[in-house]
Ligand binder design. Sequence first.
Ligand code: CA
Length: 265
Amino acid sequence: MLSLLLYQNFSVLSISVLLTFLYYLIIIFENFIKMSSTKILIIEDEKDIVELLFYNLRKESFEVDFAYNGEEGLTKIRNNSYDLVILDLMLPGIGGFELCKILREDPKTSHTPIIMLTARTLESDKILGLELGADDYITKPFSFRELIARIKALLRRVNRKSKENIIKIGNLYINKDKYQVKIENKPIILTPLEFKILSFLAERKGKICSRKQIINEVWGEEGYANPKTIDVHIKRIRNKIEKDPANPVYIKTLRGVGYYIPEEV
Ligand code: CA
């Protein structure tokens, strides 16, 4: 009898421990999902469409937010950060075209992918939308599978592009989109020519680049530059990025051949 009671108490205790453990595991998992999920903002005045989009995007594990008009959408975008915006063209107040233009002109949102959503099918509207900076265009009524496929393709494109345009070598960081260079997190000011030379070498890490190749890349095939000019620019870049410019870590010289960034940096 006693052993049965003990056994029952033990079972209740172990079940409650197990449940507590599971509860925390779910919280950790939810937070992980939130951290890793892609955040999409829908700006659309037709509530039925918002509901449908919201439900289906959530089902695809996206984190979804929405706004029923342009002003509300703009406020949300300015106060949050989204990975993609689905933007309706015909909106009360600030319309889709105007909003797209505002987003593209703001440095904070100039790179946010935008898919325009609209009932219009006129070719001129599509072209105007794309010219204003929308990344894709889908007309109502749309197939949800097609929209999801386009969202995923656009996100893949953007991720690939942002990876291509950011180069990290040791403590050197180059953002080709923003013309930014940092060393140990400190911004470095390079002239446009210096920036081009450094990016060219960084993109070919481990490969020797001759002075001729650098001239062709930076000044163009038709351009003229004395190979000695390259040496001057390299010296200036070294002075800006190297701790000891006389013993460079990032830009090495192969005497008589050219320059390179070593594979092992
Ligand atoms: Ca509308």
